[in-house]
Ligand binder design. Structure first.
Ligand SMILES: [Zn+2]
Length: 119
């Protein structure tokens, strides 16, 4: 496996995410500042929540990217954290920060779906 290739991709992604989070937080601040005092507070709250939520998703992804970089350093990159088995290289190409093989990712999603209340 070409670890260097994955490291480069992850580092580029880390950089991109960091910049995007900064922009999202900044634009959330600006949106809030630009609201005229008379405007509907609930609209401001909504905008604020939306931007911070976006930043939150990126923060979660950034944490995963950093964990993957650490696994490259540790020499455990490309191994499923559940059973230590190899993660399919195609899967790593698509999602280089993944910590699960296809089998365990599917199991995880099924479990999550079971615990998500349906409306
Ligand atoms: Zn697995």
């Amino acid at each position: 496996m070409d670890l260097d290739k994955f490291r480069r991709r992850l580092l580029a992604l880390e950089d991109e995410l960091r910049q995007r989070i900064e922009r999202e937080v900044e634009s959330a601040r600006q949106t809030i500042d630009e609201q005229p005092a008379a405007s509907d507070q609930s609209v401001v709250d909504e905008l604020k929540e939306e931007s911070f939520l976006l930043a939150d998703n990126d923060r979660a992804l950034l944490a995963q990217v950093r964990a993957a970089l650490k696994r490259i350093e540790d020499g455990t990159f490309g191994r499923c954290v559940v059973d230590g088995g190899p993660i399919e290289e195609k899967r790593l190409e698509a999602v280089p920060w993944t910590q699960y093989c296809v089998k365990h990712q599917e199991q995880l999603e099924q479990t999550a779906a079971l615990h998500t209340p349906k409306l």
